[in-house]
Design a protein around this ligand. Structure first.
Ligand SMILES: Cc1ncc(COP(=O)(O)O)c(C=O)c1O
Length: 441
């Protein structure tokens, strides 16, 4: 089916996925704007690469709201914001410590910047099958051992787990390490007292928000935030870095959407929508417990990421039944749990449908959850940048143990690598590989 036909069909699905807006937003009534507002940098329309008037003013307004030194508008997603941030702070062979649950864009940034990479393992919760926080003590022990320049991590995680950025930022500061937080999933944090503080407010040097995930903006709307407290690097370097990677034809409809989105989130109406949604979800949680549906409810968890498991049914089966019988699509699932993503655009009615469906999913009394199995610590044989354009051969999977992979194993979503090029294949990876495996020679 053509893309046009596909999109023209009525969509009956109830999506708890990104983008959260569910095909409309309170701050964007003008859906014609894609054509009406599609200009290039004609006279008086400013220039994203060197903003002097309207873009400068809009970015400045957002920067004031978020308390940043500078915020850059990006119309190519958090992916580009992450690459630009990394390019600004990492030089060839700089030592960079990276949390293993980072999105693949961070791996791509390690290739592009030719960084000297080390991986850091986040904590795990085997009962839910998810990565959780970065342990500040373990981080400090690692930073003590080497001369790292940058630490990159994700908070909140895909499943909504917030790390203690305040503690982590203090440790990074003590060791002179830049802290880059991928806050793609935490764009609402700055706008509600019921959520944790934004990464910048907690002391991160740089953060990235993907506004289409939960903030109601259109796909590809993102921002790159620089802290007022960042040391030894000026914002011109970030502008130069954005200009290196960003298209020279940024979409004005998307730029205007970023401006409108942040201004809405910062309005009374926007804040009420976020708080109302959080209240609605908390009522919903209590009610579901009576039906054997358990919600992940740790203190550091973002309530807008509804993570559930139901006694008597695996996460995969729960996801399938919710889709087949109730037309409800989750963002992510594993053998134990399913993730239903909420944000600007999630209505009370939609939550009601989710709640009723979760109650009705049949269970098998004898089914028991198995603890989830996590990837082993990666065995890095080549740096990410050394693997690019390397010669490779195909060998049989059975002979591939401890050989150097040329391929990623990357379930999407969440886009977190289980094996990256340049890493030795371990026994754990074999189940995920095809019979013919690409090996670097
Ligand atoms: C944690 C995280 N960071 C970054 C990205 C990239 O975001 P974008 O799609 O806006 O490029 C994603 C996308 O799934 C993500 O989950």
């Amino acid at each position: 089916m053509s893309i046009i036909k596909l999109l023209s069909k009525k969509n009956e699905r109830i999506l708890f996925t990104t983008p959260s807006h569910f095909q409309k937003a309170p701050f964007c009534n003008n859906l014609d704007c894609f054509y009406k507002w599609d200009y290039s940098e004609i006279d008086g329309f400013d220039n994203l690469a060197n903003p002097k008037n309207s873009i400068l003013v809009a970015q400045g307004k957002v920067s004031d709201i978020l308390g940043t030194k500078q915020t850059f508008f990006i119309t190519q997603g958090a992916t580009t914001a992450i690459l630009a941030a990394m390019k600004a702070i990492i030089n060839i062979n700089d030592k960079v410590l990276v949390a293993r649950n980072c999105h693949k864009s961070v791996f791509n940034g390690l290739v592009l910047t030719m960084a000297n990479t080390s991986w850091f393992m986040p904590e795990i919760n085997e009962d839910w099958g998810i990565y959780t926080v970065i342990d500040p003590n373990k981080l400090e022990a690692t930073l003590k051992l080497d001369n790292y320049k940058v630490f990159i991590m994700t908070s909140p995680t895909y499943e909504g787990i917030n790390s203690d950025i305040r503690k982590i930022a203090a440790i990074c500061k003590k060791y002179g390490v830049y802290l880059l937080i991928d806050e793609a999933h935490g764009s609402l944090n700055a706008f509600s007292d019921k959520l944790c503080d934004s990464a910048i407010k907690q002391g991160a040097d740089i953060s990235v928000n993907s506004l289409h995930k939960t903030a109601g903006a259109l796909n590809q709307c993102a921002i790159l935030n620089i802290s007022p407290n960042i040391q030894n690097i000026d914002t011109d370097t970030f502008q130069k870095s954005v200009n290196l990677i960003h298209t020279t034809s940024p979409s004005y409809p998307l730029l205007s959407n970023i401006e409108a989105c942040i201004s809405y989130l910062n309005s009374k109406e926007g804040k009420n929508e976020i708080d109302g949604l959080i209240n609605e979800i908390s009522k919903f949680q209590k009610e579901l417990q009576r039906f054997g549906v358990e919600l992940y409810e740790e203190e550091n968890h973002d309530p807008l990421k509804i993570l559930v498991r139901k006694n008597g049914v695996s996460g995969f089966d729960l996801s399938e039944t919710m889709f087949d019988k109730f037309n409800i699509e989750d963002e992510l699932n594993n053998s134990i749990s399913c993730l239903y993503l909420c944000g600007i655009g999630t209505s009370k009615q939609k939550l009601e449908k989710l709640k009723n469906a979760l109650k009705k999913v049949p269970i098998n009394q004898s089914f028991e959850f198995q603890k989830a199995d996590f990837q082993p610590f990666p065995l890095l044989k080549l740096q990410p940048f050394e693997t690019f354009n390397k010669k490779y051969i195909y060998i049989n999977k059975q002979d591939s143990l401890l050989k150097i992979s040329n391929k990623m194993i990357l379930p999407y979503p969440p886009g977190i690598g289980l094996l990256y090029p340049g890493e030795a294949i371990q026994k754990w990876h074999l189940d995920y590989l095809n019979n013919d495996v690409e090996i670097i020679v």
